[in-house]
Design a protein around this ligand. Sequence first.
Ligand SMILES: [Zn+2]
Length: 232
Amino acid sequence: MSSAIAIAALLILASLVFYGIPFAHRRWATRVLRDRVRASRTLVLSYDDGPGPELTPRLLGLLARFDACATFLPLGQRAEAAPRVLDQVAAAGHEIGCHSTQHRHAWRTLPPQSTLDARAGFRSLARWAPPDGLYRPPHGKLDLLTWIWLGLRGARLAWWTLDAGDTWKVRPTPESVAQRLLEAGGGVVLLHDFDGTPERSEFVLETTGALLEAARREGLSVRALGPWLAEA
Ligand SMILES: [Zn+2]
């Protein structure tokens, strides 16, 4: 009986270390990021889960109208299905990182599944994303193995400070997202450029426009995440 309790305690402790260390690091890194965007009055637009053959080209047109550079964090499997779209993203000068290939949730799969998913993502995206480029964990969740593996290859984690809410059940208004950006003094904004419902796509476009308008009006600089992080 006592050995069963000891094993259970050990398993709990191991889980706390395995998931807790990357989680604590994320909380710390996000706080640092919040301070940095505020201090430098910066807007970073980041788009996950793409590319979307319908939405991504429209987004590129909008970004071009504002002469804005953004960061795209596509999924390997979607990139393989629509490589020409990602070629357009790269040709327009935007930054491309990695968001895994199958979007596995690190806390809901057994190790090393999420590490393998990250590795497969970098392989699928090798044409566009540098091997030590940005990595955004699916659902924002990491385990220790993936965290160490990313560190060893020199990849940088792409956390965010402001979720625009485009995947929420009840979406905010684009204006309220822009307002939150200004109240925070800047932000790394999380959006998604996969093809979902037409309403969601319109929200992504309108919110991107509202954020860029607000940044222009208030004098925030608009940057891609990697080059801006590298300045620290
Ligand atoms: Zn995602």
